[in-house]
Write a protein that binds this ligand. Sequence first.
Ligand SMILES: Cc1ncc(COP(=O)(O)O)c(C=O)c1O
Length: 333
Amino acid sequence: MTINTKLDELIGNTPILEIKTARPDWKIYLKLEYFNPAGSFKDRTARSLMDWAEKTGKLKRGMEIFESSSGNTAKALAMLSAARGYKFTAIVDEHAPADKLRSIKAYGGKLHFCSDDEDKKGGHLVDIRRKTAKRLAEERGGINLDQYDNPENPKGYYDTLGKEIFEQVPDADYLVGTIGTGSSLSGSGQYIKEHGQTKIIALEPKGSSHFSPHGHGYFISGPGYPAGAILPKNIDTALFDKHDYVADKEAFNTMRFFAESKGLLVGDSSGMMLYYAMKFIKSEPVSEKIKKMVLIIGDSGESYLTHAFCDEWMAEKNLLDEKVTKELKDFYI
Ligand SMILES: Cc1ncc(COP(=O)(O)O)c(C=O)c1O
């Protein structure tokens, strides 16, 4: 038995689970990233950004880290800051699920809220969050690791997530991921493309604006980039063979279906991928050859208990949809 002595050693090497569908010519593999200690693949982001900052002497013991986040990166940074002896402040807004914010606080992190009307000069909320993180780091002698533009973020996924997926499923036909900063899919996708024949499919919430400036509001909180915001540098769209959208209703009802009928409690981007995988496979002709698809299950549904898993929240936003559940039931057997 391996005995680990550092929390960092528990990050990565996550398991793969194959799930059953009504299509025997397809295999779907879930890379279960919620097995990471703070519950998401963003533990990899936190580790690579902190390792880089420590090695380059930018981050020294006792300093404070300031980072803008939709929740998971902040949760991961709060965990590793506690483990490595740093202070941490997450720059967030009201779109982050309450459960993620509570976890950040549980790890001893502080929350700095930005709101739409805080910065009267305008600009998008994500941009305001990013500027605030930079400003606070400068004013207080801390550091902003910048998960959006810092190339160490995708590099960490190239070295770890991409390599692991390739070793676990070397002959995958498709890798499906979602895009926010774009770091996880760009980094892992690059490794996979350099080593095999796998095609990369990038998904974003319907309304998000990575590929079109005409976005609109959406409730999915992990992936996506709102219209009008300055796009992150870490996304490498040239790696993607296909790009598509999944709407809130489809993602959230898929999360609920998987928890209730498969015992798999997954987050919002996973709901998107599982719904999309069904649509994609159903649109493909039945073939002799078995095809393989890997989905990056980025986080756990535990972060959405007051969100997609809350009946009242779903009803209030008119997001419950039996039709989605029925479609899923016929496909995921
Ligand atoms: C659950 C979840 N899925 C997907 C993403 C998108 O990941 P990335 O920023 O690497 O594109 C995020 C980003 O925060 C997330 O929290």
